[in-house]
Design a protein around this ligand. Structure first.
Ligand code: ZN
Length: 118
């Protein structure tokens, strides 16, 4: 009998938490629908049961600054390229960036020739 009672309590607790979870999901979906057309919405956070919208504004400015910072110089053709898109070589502890595979190959050939002469 005691075991039955405990099992019943357990079932009730599970049902209640499932119900709460479903309610949260429903709430989040409702908020997502409300803000679907807003391009500044990054996501939704749940803190102590409160559902909050995370706006994207500050963050996008941050990434723009980063993009400007991340320009690198191609030593072969002299172009400025974005660091993320550049081909890179680590040579003697220094990182070199190139706009294309061809520039990278030229750089490597040049270095090999130098080393060959020594
Ligand atoms: Zn280049």
């Amino acid at each position: 009998m005691v075991i039955d009672f405990i099992l019943n309590m357990f079932l009730v607790i599970i049902l209640v938490s499932l119900f709460n979870l479903a309610r949260y999901i429903f709430k989040i979906r409702k908020i997502m629908k409300m803000h679907k057309d807003d391009p500044n919405i990054k996501g939704i956070s749940i803190i102590n049961g409160e559902i909050n919208i995370i706006a994207k504004n500050e963050h996008s400015e941050e990434t723009q600054v980063n993009l400007i910072k991340e320009l690198v110089h191609d030593p072969i053709c002299g172009k400025s390229i974005e660091k993320r898109e550049a081909y890179r070589i680590l040579k003697e502890g220094k990182e070199h960036f190139f706009c294309s595979w061809e520039c990278r190959e030229k750089f490597l050939e040049g270095h090999q020739a130098e080393e060959g002469e020594i």
